[in-house]
Design a protein around this ligand. Structure first.
Ligand code: ADP
Ligand code: MG
Length: 691
């Protein structure tokens, strides 16, 4: 392995420039990254030199023209000054430490306040000057600089006056990333090109100026290229996956109108328009000889299972077997019970296969000999000894909970040479702008309508100090009406550093407060069978209040649960809270969701939007926007999807990338020539492939 020396002007240097450096080298090969640092980096997914260069600043602080204190106005400001009189204390309200100090420059002094950042007391040297970036706000009748970031003046790169801000990863704070990236500054020239569609050297320049901008303009240009690059990769991955899928063959499943009419006549309700549309799209797909590869998206409670049942019904009538995969045993059991009830009147045998299934051997024999036409199960379905006689349709519930390999394993259980039709279901709404980008090449059906008669969940933000007055009576009222309560906590155990109230502490507190109620807890460190048991008891109504971590997120249906309390709500993402609160509001009683906040900060826009709207698609769009502006490189997380860019709404860039990908694909040589690109797009497989 040749270690590249920086700035080498000999032939070796030139040669290396042309070939470019190997970005797959481990991150330890970089200057300043020892084993300890590497360990932290790896924990946060930064394993290679490439990962390191692509760990982009979240934002830039502009130190070019700091405001003098005498000129200060409310709003976002940058101050250059010294700090003293810094002290920290615990606020009267629990859960909060307040650190205060005084910042002075030649023109005056202001007060500065940080919440829950008591380490600030030890951070500053009184003689030294710092840049403070934060918001100057009125608080309790007094103006202060609220929770500013701070950078040592002598550390700031004065060529630009722009200070990149990196997301802290464990013990590595923003300034550590600045220092490390600075040590590799001369390596950027060696970064090879990635895409054929841009001028040579664009990539290395973009990465360089993202980390070392000389103006906001150069930082913006860098961002544009990197966003384009990511879009190019995403779209290319989606198109290639579609191509692969089109090469496969499947057994067609015929649509039988009379049977569907009969099926619908037996239902106690009418399908929603959205359900009819989705079912119709699916029926058309499965009649083809190309396997269906469709994503059924719908908010919690929109009735996806019903649509899946109709598709399964058609498959079984065509003599095919159906497998439905669910992420947990309890969910599989619920699906099984519902589907059995729906399909048994038509003499269709439905079976359940989970880790707890008693006579697995016998069951598997009957799957293999075709006596069982529909099997619902968990990961237990994926074992090699679960074989089918003629598997024609695979349904995956909460598809983002499964890896590509797991999903493929099931798809491979079809008869030789044929692929099953595949229906994936998810309750995590994908913003429409993202659909246009990635899913433009995928088939998506959307249930954007809830069944009639559902009462919307009333959501309200409540401060923790109002708990006693506002919430406790509500809990008693709910239980008295024979309904049930979910109480969601952030952590399993107490953490003295954050003072987060854990599942254990909260359930103890509640037990002491309400000795007559049945209170249990649930969390991810419990054994699977313990979790299943608790969840089952809750589903049967044997538990009044279930204190839990987010493990309850997955689609378990307990229609009787009508109250949810989410502790430390500010710590969750918008989409996640929306998912969580979907656990209530599944029955006919009016349901409530309370978002608890501690401290005295105003609730975030995120929470306010959740209070206002119950529409998952609208909220997904808001989520994307909220992450967008302000953050130059926002991270968008959707299930396994983790995109750096926040530019999915940039339609111009999307259409340019689309066009360029099409040109790229016209020359099949390109796939051999652009090795790094082709390797790189595999990371998008999880989102762009459904099979
Ligand atoms: P999802 O999986 O989309 O969260 P489910 O399929 O579990 O939703 O449906 C939630 C509940 O709504 C189930 O009890 C189901 O029987 C019921 N349901 C489904 N479709 C309708 C409909 N069109 N009208 C009334 N209730 C429905
Ligand atoms: Mg469901």
């Amino acid at each position: 392995m040749v270690k590249l020396r920086s700035g080498a002007k000999n032939t070796l240097g030139l040669l290396c420039y042309n070939i470019g450096m190997d970005l797959n080298l481990p991150v330890e090969s970089l200057k300043g990254v020892g084993p300890k640092t590497a360990e932290v980096l790896k924990k946060y997914g930064i394993r290679t030199v490439r990962d390191f260069f692509y760990n982009l600043p979240r934002d830039y602080e502009n130190f070019e023209a700091p405001t003098s204190i005498s000129e200060i106005r409310p709003g976002k400001v940058v101050i250059r000054g010294r700090i003293d009189k810094i002290t920290t204390r615990r606020a009267r309200k629990r859960n909060l430490s307040v650190t205060e100090g005084v910042i002075s420059d030649a023109t005056g002094s202001i007060k500065v306040v940080w919440f829950n950042q008591s380490y600030r007391v030890r951070q500053f040297v009184p003689e030294k000057e710092y840049y403070f970036t934060g918001s100057y706000e009125l608080k309790n009748g007094r103006y202060s600089l609220m929770s500013p970031s701070a950078a040592l003046v002598s550390d700031v790169d004065f060529q630009s006056g722009l200070n990149p801000v990196y997301v802290a990863h464990g013990s590595l704070k923003s300034h550590d990333f600045q220092r490390l990236i600075g040590l590799s500054r001369d390596k950027f020239a060696l970064i090879p090109d990635l895409l054929p569609t841009v001028k040579a050297g664009t990539r290395k320049d973009a990465l360089f100026f993202a980390h070392f901008p000389n103006s906001m303009k150069s930082a913006g240009g860098a961002r544009d290229y990197l966003a384009y690059e990511e879009l190019f990769e995403l779209i290319l991955a989606a198109k290639l996956n579609k191509r692969e899928n089109e090469k496969l063959r499947a057994a067609p499943i015929q649509f039988k109108l009379d049977y569907i009419k009969d099926f619908l006549a037996k239902l106690p309700f009418e399908l929603t328009k959205a359900q009819k549309r989705a079912a119709w799209e699916i029926f058309q797909d499965i009649e083809k000889e190309t396997p269906m590869n469709r994503l059924l998206q719908g908010d919690v409670g929109s009735g996806k299972t019903m649509v899946a049942a109709m598709a399964s019904f058609m498959a079984v009538l065509s003599g095919k077997q159906v497998a439905l995969l669910a992420p947990t045993a309890i969910l599989a059991t619920q699906h099984y019970e519902k589907l059995k009830q729906l399909l048994e009147p038509f003499k269709i045998t439905v079976a359940l296969l989970t880790g707890a299934t008693k006579d697995k051997k016998n069951l598997k024999e009957n799957i293999l000999n075709g006596k069982i036409s529909f099997v619902v199960g968990t990961h237990a379905l994926l074992t090699d000894d679960t074989e089918f006689s003629d598997l024609g349709l695979v349904i995956i519930d909460e598809q983002h909970r499964f890896g590509v390999e797991q999903r493929q394993k099931l798809a491979l259980k079809s008869p030789k040479g044929l692929a099953p039709h595949l229906l994936s279901m998810t309750a995590t709404p994908i913003p429409r702008s993202l659909q246009l980008t990635v899913f433009g090449d995928l088939d998506v059906s959307i249930l954007d309508e809830l069944p009639k008669g559902r009462k919307p969940i009333k959501t309200e933000i409540i401060r923790e100090i109002d708990l006693k007055e506002r919430l406790y009576p509500k809990i008693l009222e709910t239980v008295a009406a024979k309904n049930q309560v979910y109480w969601v906590c952030r952590a399993i155990d107490d953490d003295p550093r954050t003072e987060t109230i854990s599942v254990k502490k909260r359930s103890e507190k509640l037990k002491a407060l309400f000795p007559k109620l049945k209170i249990s807890f649930l969390h991810g460190r419990m054994k699977q069978n313990e979790k299943d048991e608790i969840m089952e008891q809750f589903a049967k109504g044997l538990i009044d209040v279930l204190v839990s971590t987010t493990v309850i997120e997955v689609g378990v249906d307990v229609p009787n649960a009508s109250l949810m309390i989410i502790e430390d709500a500010e710590n969750y993402g918008l989409a996640q809270i929306h998912q969580l609160r979907g656990r209530v509001g599944r029955g006919s009683t009016a349901s409530f969701c309370y978002l608890l906040t501690s401290g005295d900060r105003r609730p975030s826009r995120r929470l306010l939007e959740l209070e206002k709207s119950a529409d998952g698609f609208y909220l997904a769009e808001v989520d994307l926007k909220l992450r967008g502006p302000g953050e130059i490189y926002g991270a968008l997380q959707h299930g396994a999807l983790d995109l750096r860019i926040a530019s999915l709404s940039d339609t111009k860039l999307i259409s340019r990338a689309r066009k360029d990908v099409n040109v790229f694909l016209q020359d099949s040589e390109n796939m051999l020539k652009y090795k790094e690109l082709m390797q790189g797009i595999s990371k998008y497989q999880q989102i762009t492939t459904l099979n």
